[in-house]
Design a protein around this ligand. Sequence first.
Ligand code: IMP
Ligand code: MG
Length: 185
Amino acid sequence: MQDYHEFLQEILIDEHTLQKRIAELGAKISQDYAGQDLLLICILRGGVLFLTDLMRRITIDHTIDFMAVSSYGVGARESTGHVRINFDLKTDIYNRNVILVEDIIDSGYTLKTVLEILETRHPKTLRVCTLLDKTERRKVQIPVHYCGFAIPDKFVFGYGLDIDEHYRQLPFIAAVDPARYQPSE
Ligand code: IMP
Ligand code: MG
């Protein structure tokens, strides 16, 4: 495995800035759902670090659940909108206040399909909270209620986001220099 310093273009969002913004999002969500039921749904695996930090900044009681989806199609860096559920929720979301917690919205295809699937289960409310938003890359409209940071069109890694499943553990968001990244076999 390549050391990430070899292909690091720049650190886009450092740990302190990330945590400060997550605290703001947690405070806003706590305010918006005060006195109400709240369920956070995390889409595995990229959103896991964000979910666990966000939870600790939400001061009202809430529950969590997970689902895993994959977009299948050619090209590991592009999603297609053909989304398959690999691992479904345990929770019945009927009549619940749901926030879908995502790491990043790129084309929006993945999230659009997930939102459509969840809507068929008739939650009371359904909102999206994404840490990162690559707005320039959007192909389909998604209602984003909570957003950490709008970022430029660069492939990023760290803080849950992977390059070929690696580097998720880094506590900051960094951009890849594609010319210097070597995929391992
Ligand atoms: P979308 O369907 O195009 O919006 O793709 C969303 C998914 O693609 C995210 O949940 C990530 O798993 C992945 N993704 C998109 N951009 C990046 C990136 O810059 N780094 C790592 N993963 C990304
Ligand atoms: Mg993801």
